[in-house]
Write a protein that binds this ligand. Structure first.
Ligand code: SF4
Ligand code: SF4
Length: 418
């Protein structure tokens, strides 16, 4: 959130209708030059969204995210959150890395196959490059400064992924897309793989037209969600969501959810990779979101030949990082925010799931039809790696490591794979 203050209401610039239109076109052009994929304008009236927000909070679906509750209805009232706000400029920025194979949605197949390789860890696509908070904020600030230079006396405040703002609702109101049943914003031309940001301004602009919703009878995101976090269309219980559990949640991961986390070690894209509209997701033009080898492959300078056969980061490689290596490998990325302790906690859960997967292989054929069998060597490395962390100073890490090792005993005898 930018610290720039809005000017008092009486200082607001006033434009006539043709000037407003010209300015909007100019803002959209500047937005394009700054790497944004689309710019819209929303009014500050979000009263229709208030009841849904009240219901969501009263159910406790925000979990430990107390900051969600702190701002209460101010989140749905931009002019109360930032007095003097008359319009909200909304922006979205595609984030699929520049080299993503988007032809026929090939990247979706690649992402789905990662989930089947249980000895690998999966980091959410958006987190594999530079921290988007920095990228978005800097560019939103530059856009706001350009508007200020153009109209003079503009008061503004910039937000991106910020708790006090109903970002998806503002995106819907300004025509950046429609709200999918997974609650994220969806766009016909770009799916849902983009970041959102807003500029609150004390300038009255005409809202840009809304888009129609196109989920129809599809329920793919609800059906695929591993933890049942999408409790009904358009409602997510964050306490069950893997993104929340692996990023926002600070303590022990609830036992009943650990097996459902699979090999997700930071975030979860399942409800997005299954969404038919993401066949149309677009790569970004910004090099900031280029993938860092160490985040997606677990090691620097990952061999190109292994990338071609679609190998990803091994859990044992991620788990071997010392605190210093974690700091170094995640510098400038969103992952750094969770710290080394939660990083190890998450990977321990994924390792426990790999053990459970391996040792249950001969329980029933249905257990292996959806994932690739692990070898004795791979499973031996995982067990050895877990044992190596049993003396970690963090009781949180040790508890998850013990749980992971116990998954071997929670199922039957090992399968005889080479
Ligand atoms: S991010 Fe994953 S866990 Fe969360 S709602 Fe989507 S599919 Fe479910
Ligand atoms: S998966 Fe289907 S229901 Fe879910 S957001 Fe996409 S189109 Fe909508």
């Amino acid at each position: 959130m930018s610290s720039v203050k809005l000017n008092p209401l009486q200082d607001k610039p006033v434009l006539d209708p043709p000037e407003k239109l010209r300015l909007l076109e100019q803002i959209q052009q500047w937005g394009k030059e700054l790497g944004f994929s689309q710019i819209g304008v929303a009014s500050v009236d979000l009263t229709h969204a208030e009841q849904g927000l009240i219901n969501w909070l009263s159910e406790g679906f925000h979990g430990e995210m107390q900051y969600m509750q702190t701002h209460g209805l101010k989140r749905a009232r931009p002019a109360e959150l930032v007095p003097g706000t008359l319009s909200v400029i909304t922006a979205r920025m595609n984030y699929l890395p520049r080299n993503t194979s988007t032809v026929d949605g090939y990247w979706l197949t690649q992402e789905l196959s990662r989930l089947e390789r249980k000895d690998e860890g999966v980091v959410s696509v958006y987190a594999r490059g530079r921290d988007y908070h920095k990228v978005m904020r800097q560019r939103l600030d530059r856009l706001a400064q350009k508007i200020q230079e153009s109209v003079g006396r503009l008061g503004y405040r910039v937000f991106t992924d910020s708790a006090p703002v109903l970002e998806v609702e503002l995106g819907v109101q300004s025509g950046l897309g429609w709200r999918g049943k997974h609650t994220l914003l969806l766009n016909r031309d770009s799916g849902s793989m983009f970041f959102l940001g807003e500029i609150y301004i004390n300038l009255l602009l005409e809202p840009t037209p809304k888009q129609e919703a196109h989920c129809g009878t599809c329920n793919a995101c609800l059906d695929v969600c591993p933890t049942g976090a999408i409790t009904k269309p358009y409602v997510v219980d964050a306490r069950k969501c893997i993104s929340y559990l692996t990023i926002e949640h600070q303590g022990s991961i609830p036992l009943e959810l650990r097996r459902k986390i699979g090999n997700h070690i930071y975030g979860c894209d399942d409800c997005q990779t299954v969404c038919p509209w993401n066949k149309y997701a677009q790569p970004t033009e910004l090099e900031d979101f280029d993938v860092r080898d160490e985040l997606i492959f677990g090691v620097k300078n990952f061999p190109k030949s292994d990338q071609l056969i679609n190998r990803g980061g091994k859990l044992v490689d991620y788990f071997s990082w010392t605190e210093d290596e974690f700091d170094l490998n995640t510098r400038g990325t969103a992952i750094r925010r969770i710290g080394h302790e939660r990083w190890l906690r998450n990977i321990a859960v994924a390792m426990g799931n790999a053990l459970a997967s391996y040792y249950s292989q001969n329980l029933s054929q249905s257990n292996i039809k959806n994932h690739l069998p692990l070898s004795n060597v791979e499973i031996g490395e995982i067990e050895q790696s877990l044992h190596g962390r049993l003396n970690h100073p963090s009781s949180l890490v040790v508890e998850h490591v013990k749980w992971a090792l116990s998954q071997k005993d929670s199922v039957s005898q090992p399968a005889q794979t080479p």
